[in-house]
Design a binder for this molecule. Structure first.
Ligand SMILES: Cc1cc2nc3c(=O)[nH]c(=O)nc-3n(C[C@H](O)[C@H](O)[C@H](O)COP(=O)(O)OP(=O)(O)OC[C@H]3O[C@@H](n4cnc5c(N)ncnc54)[C@H](O)[C@@H]3O)c2cc1C
Length: 372
């Protein structure tokens, strides 16, 4: 059979795209090397921040607002609690570009944003300890998405809408043409359109089409710490982003008693996505402990740490575009450690691009030709 669309990678972006395409009546095959949601890619670890006053630039705001609407819709369609409105506090020096962008995004798009000095922030959140040179911008309507539950919800709806999902089937080759051929270990599948949403494996996969994608798979770490619930539970403490000249960290309040979660956003080593990640080690522990000791000193002991994969572009903006010279193939990759919150809107945009060749969102910032 020739499918209307094959999606390679049914993770954060691919599963959402599969749902919107199947809902529109197209025959859809989603192929995944694992069994999503799973712990091998970029979408495990319970929680993802969603913030709207966007530190990476105000041009992201319409896209993330649409994502927020679609998350609400998904919650009601799946009848599940996927979003927790904890608020998100962005902390840094007032002159840093991230903080400037948060403020500009809020002003331009009329988003609620509260401004605090370091002393005011420590008064509002006694679990914080901040030097006087930092400021805090708090977005009360932002919060946390339950990442695996979101993917599970899209999976359920995509299958209900008629999509087919083949798990544990890794794509090893793609043959371009009016009918695209997709090769796995023991099968060749055919489709009129192809979407590649392969996360940390996107670069490897596009090599089979002789396309050099500037996306670098990178090892990341995060950990949970014991928390005094009176200071750090999600009832009283927000999700947070700290932005410094030489580092950035993010994290979550203790949700359902899980502990205070902390991750480092910048840095990390380039990896081969096919090899097991070097496990969370003493160096990772020391780095996170150094940060938390300084800024949330009333935390308890480290409970456990984990590793995960980012897919970095050189400018940390996403890639969502048709492949050059292949008008029936689309790539969505390089989400650079801040893509999950958008995945509902990315799924919708990928479906629109496939069906109509264009979409309602302005994707100019994500075009591939910025690199070539
Ligand atoms: C620790 C951590 C914290 C993060 N925090 C945030 C946050 O707070 N907020 C936020 O917005 N974002 C955050 N992100 C980023 C976000 O999670 C990612 O940008 C997003 O999950 C990327 O989605 P994806 O679909 O590209 O990749 P994935 O979700 O990993 O999906 C890719 C899928 O492709 C499959 N695949 C790959 N190759 C093949 C192949 N050859 N054949 C078949 N299947 C294949 C994989 O098995 C996988 O299921 C974080 C990421 C990490 C790792």
């Amino acid at each position: 059979m020739v499918y209307d669309v094959i999606i390679v990678g049914a993770g954060s972006m691919g599963m959402a795209a599969g749902y919107y395409l199947a809902k529109s009546g197209k025959s859809v095959l989603m192929l995944d090397a694992f069994d999503p949601p799973h712990e091998e890619g970029s979408h495990h670890g319970e929680t993802r921040i969603i913030r709207f006053a966007y530190g990476e630039g105000a041009s992201y705001v319409p896209f993330v607002k649409r994502a927020g609407e679609l998350w609400q819709e998904l919650e009601s369609l799946a009848d599940e609690n996927l979003f927790l409105q904890t608020g998100v506090v962005n902390i840094g020096e007032p002159t840093c570009s991230f903080i400037q962008n948060v403020k500009a995004s809020a002003t331009l798009h009329e988003l609620a944003l509260e401004h605090y000095s370091a002393a005011e922030a420590m008064n509002k959140w006694p679990g914080l300890s901040l030097p006087a040179n930092l400021v805090a911008c708090f977005e009360p309507t932002a919060g946390v998405l339950r990442v695996e539950a979101c993917i599970r919800a899209y999976k359920k709806l995509a299958l209900q809408a008629g999509a087919r999902l083949q798990i544990k089937e890794k794509v090893v080759g793609i043959q371009a043409g009016e009918i695209v051929q997709v090769q796995t270990a023991n099968q060749v599948y055919e489709a009129k359109h192809l979407i590649v949403t392969a996360g940390a494996w996107a670069t490897e996969l596009l090599q089979t089409l002789d396309i050099a994608l500037p996306v670098t798979p990178t090892r990341k770490t995060f950990a949970w710490f014991e928390a005094d619930e009176q200071l750090y539970s999600n009832e009283v403490f927000p999700a947070y982003c700290f932005e410094f000249a030489d580092s950035s960290y993010y994290g979550f309040p203790s949700i359902d008693g899980a502990g205070l979660k902390l991750g480092r956003h910048d840095g990390g080593e380039e990896i081969n996505p096919n090899k097991p990640l070097h496990p969370f080690d003493d160096h990772d522990r020391a780095d996170l402990q150094h940060f938390i000791q300084q800024f949330m000193p009333q935390h308890g002991a480290l409970k456990y740490g984990k590793t995960c994969k980012y897919s970095m572009t050189p400018d940390e903006d996403f890639i969502i575009d048709f492949l050059p010279t292949h008008p029936n193939m689309i790539i969505a990759a390089g989400f650079s450690g801040h893509g999950f919150k958008f995945s509902s809107a990315v799924g919708e945009a990928l479906a629109e691009l496939t069906l109509h060749g264009k979409c309602k969102q302005d994707l100019t910032r994500f075009q591939l030709n910025r690199f070539y």
